[in-house]
Design a protein around this ligand. Structure first.
Ligand SMILES: NC(=O)c1ccc[n+]([C@@H]2O[C@H](COP(=O)([O-])OP(=O)(O)OC[C@H]3O[C@@H](n4cnc5c(N)ncnc54)[C@H](OP(=O)(O)O)[C@@H]3O)[C@@H](O)[C@H]2O)c1
Length: 202
């Protein structure tokens, strides 16, 4: 059994991740902290330090947080780009940069991207761009991680549980159950792969 810190645990993707981590000791966190063990803001490195110091020893971090703004490219404001980059891209990079100071030898990080960098749709340019950035970050930074620490990213298509939110934007997409996406998180945490983009598509 490993101790796994799951950030964004009560979100739709967090719930999918938890379904694959049932045999581990899970410590949960989110921005509001509601219903979770801890509060954290991944856009703030001090907040992440406080989280990891409070948790104590842990073997893995699973981050399912990455807020994205949606608009047609020509209407996207600088603020919308900045918000998305601060959360989905830099926020996740913060998780790894700060988490490295605390995670155990042989530990692992698992991040979140999303299928829209492979299958673009209107309105989702910021999500697609930052998902692509995170896929690249993971493939490249894996070579620089010390102490046998691994890193992977789960790149799923839309969840069945999220179709009421994203269904209109994702016409022609076949959703997958959260439990299937949970298996990819499980492979990342329990396996030996590193630097991998774990696609889950229908
Ligand atoms: N849903 C899908 O079908 C799907 C498919 C592929 C990829 N994704 C990607 O998965 C990620 C999560 O999506 P979701 O659908 O799970 O969203 P969600 O249901 O809205 O959940 C978001 C979670 O993130 C937390 N959060 C937001 N900002 C945070 C911050 N700065 N620091 C810490 N926690 C923060 C929220 O906490 P509070 O509630 O406490 O604020 C909540 O737990 C996104 O990047 C999305 O693109 C989603």
């Amino acid at each position: 059994m490993k101790t796994v810190v799951v950030i964004g645990a009560l979100g739709m993707m967090g719930q999918a991740a938890l379904s694959g981590l049932t045999r581990h000791k899970v410590v949960t966190a989110s921005r509001s902290g509601k219903g979770c063990d801890f509060q954290v803001d991944i856009t703030n490195k001090d907040s992440l330090r406080k989280l990891f110091e409070s948790v104590g020893e842990f073997d893995a971090v699973v981050n399912t947080v990455g807020h994205c703004e949606y608009a047609p490219f020509q209407e996207m404001t600088s603020d919308q780009w900045a918000t998305t980059i601060q959360s989905k891209m830099l926020g996740q990079i913060n998780v790894v940069h700060v988490g490295l100071e605390y995670i155990k030898d042989g530990g692992s990080f698992t991040l979140i991207s999303g299928i829209l960098n492979m299958k673009p749709v209107p309105q989702a340019i910021a999500d697609a761009t930052t998902s692509g950035a995170i896929d690249t970050f993971v493939k490249c930074v894996a070579h620089e991680l010390p102490r046998g620490i691994r890193i992977n990213v789960v790149n799923p298509t839309v969840l069945e549980e999220a179709m009421d939110v994203y269904g209109d934007m994702l016409r022609g997409f076949q959703p997958v159950p959260g439990a299937l996406v949970g298996k990819a998180f499980e492979r990342s945490v329990d396996g030996f792969v590193t630097g991998q983009v774990l696609f889950v598509d229908a």
